[in-house]
Design a protein around this ligand. Sequence first.
Ligand SMILES: [Mg+2]
Length: 271
Amino acid sequence: MGARVTDTTEESSIDLLHGRTIRAFLFDLDGVLTPTAEVHMHAWARLFTPYLEGRGVSPYVEQDYFDHIDGKPRFDGVRDLLASRGIELEPGTPDADPADDTVWGLGNRKNSVFSDTIAEEGVAAYPASLAFLKAVIDDGYEVAVVSSSKNAPPVLAAAGIADRFDVVVDGNVAASLGLPGKPAPDTYIHAADVLGLTVLECAVVEDAVSGVQAGARGAFGLVIGVDRGVGRKVLLDAGADIVVQELDELIDAVSKTETTSSIAENNKESK
Ligand SMILES: [Mg+2]
């Protein structure tokens, strides 16, 4: 396991990198960089509310999203939600017609709702996340996006931040390499590999329980939880080292500039 911060009070955040050598930030996309977790959440509700009603099982509620779907690959989300209602469907195939009564069919039905919403309404990245992203890139950190979604490229493009990321490990990459999705750590580990870094040199930034678990299971150097409604305690219990409301709270804590200049200052004084 990676080093764990035992004191997770606000004050400890200034000491966030103490004793750690973090060289890269691996960002989840939906809910961390862009408010698209909410778009996904609504798309899932529009799929499952009528579907579960039609099956005569207990109705779809918002908590279902957090308990069974959030952060996972689409297929796994459909399968796990259905399992919670005792429903098991044929898997179907990834190119299934959205009208099909299969796991992939339902997943593709949800996806067309999501794509329509993005196309119609566009996406604006969280300002605080943009500020953090700019700060760490300016500071020389490597960055990557690690998303379960196969929609990551169009979402990054719609948000105007596609050019910030040379490394994007999304649902398409995972599928082509046969990598299991979050909460397995494999997609994050792949991003670290592509950057040529060890997991200890990488920080995982996540808003979902499944993603935080991926960071913890992968023994990453730092796991940052962003609380967009899941709850601070839930993210800490899932393995987050620290939980913030907004990423710009951490800009000073991860800044290398101050450390470098104070080292330079110390060197000067010792001469
Ligand atoms: Mg997320």
